[in-house]
Design a protein. Structure first.
Length: 90
């Protein structure tokens, strides 16, 4: 990848990463509402009023959602970049 291509890809990458983070956060909140025992927000790991099992389950689920969304968004951004420039971003 040339220096010009890297300079073009960087803003696209940053923008898609921010959008992906917002999407992953919203998706995790919706998934937690359906998976969690109560209608409460996901537990904070430092909140000792909630069970440790619940806190660890929420953290694992959040990691899974963020990982999948990040991979999907990065992949879509790379495909979009290639469609426009006819070059791979890596």
């Amino acid at each position: 990848m040339s220096a010009i291509s890297k300079a073009m890809y960087l803003p696209l990458s940053i923008g898609t990463s921010v959008a992906g983070g917002l999407l992953a956060g919203a998706l995790f909140t919706q998934v937690w509402k359906r998976v969690g025992d109560t209608n409460e927000a996901p537990p904070d790991p430092k909140d000792l009023n909630r069970s440790g099992r619940e806190a660890l389950l929420a953290a694992a689920l959040q990691g899974l959602v963020f990982g999948v969304v990040r991979a999907a968004v990065d992949r879509a951004g790379a495909r979009g970049y290639r469609a426009v420039t006819h070059q791979n971003p890596v």
